[in-house]
Design a binder for this molecule. Structure first.
Ligand SMILES: [Zn+2]
Length: 173
């Protein structure tokens, strides 16, 4: 079992000059600082982007082929690369995981999560509609399928995904 301590790495050496970092109280909290070049290590949440893709009143889910939550269902999503806009990441992840090309039609919501063993993060969820491609499971997915509001699987990974789907479902009640 992988624990948070295995994964959340502390920065020990300066990425700029390789000197050992020290703990100092700066900008309101303890941070790792380089006494040689002044580099300050600001720890950030991970940023992820996902899409709630609707087609004929159904929503697109992917079954996870990897941990965390292997075998559970989630909306197409993934981490934003450091040089990528969140909108681009959402489109890329959807294509990689489902084979579908989508167009973003709006912002559903922004979620903060702390449950992931890789650290806390922010998930940006867009609404989207299909404009092309062929539905097939790709990277990190074992199955892709559209579900109606009454057919959602029990095993939905991540509180943020459950919340996003609950909001989507409420529109049909
Ligand atoms: Zn340094």
């Amino acid at each position: 079992m992988v624990t948070a301590e295995d994964v959340i790495l502390e920065m020990n050496y300066c990425p700029r000059c390789a000197h050992s970092l020290e703990d100092r109280f700066l900008f309101g909290r303890m941070r790792r600082v380089c006494p040689s070049c002044g580099f300050i290590f600001f720890r950030d949440p991970k940023v992820a982007a996902g899409v709630l893709v609707e087609q004929e009143g159904k929503v697109l889910l992917v079954r996870r082929a990897v941990d965390p939550k292997q075998g559970w269902w989630c909306i197409p999503s993934g981490f934003v690369e450091y040089d990528e806009a969140p909108e681009e990441a959402a489109l890329r992840e959807c294509k990689e995981e489902t084979g579908l090309d989508v167009r973003l039609t709006g912002l559903l919501d922004v979620y903060h999560y702390q449950s992931d063993f890789r650290g806390s993060g922010i998930l940006i969820v867009y609404r989207a509609e299909v404009i092309g491609g062929d539905l097939h499971p790709g990277d990190d997915a074992s199955e892709t399928r559209f579900f109606g509001p009454d057919q959602l699987p029990q095993e939905i990974a991540f509180a943020s995904n459950r919340e996003a789907l609950r909001r989507w479902q409420q529109r049909f009640q």
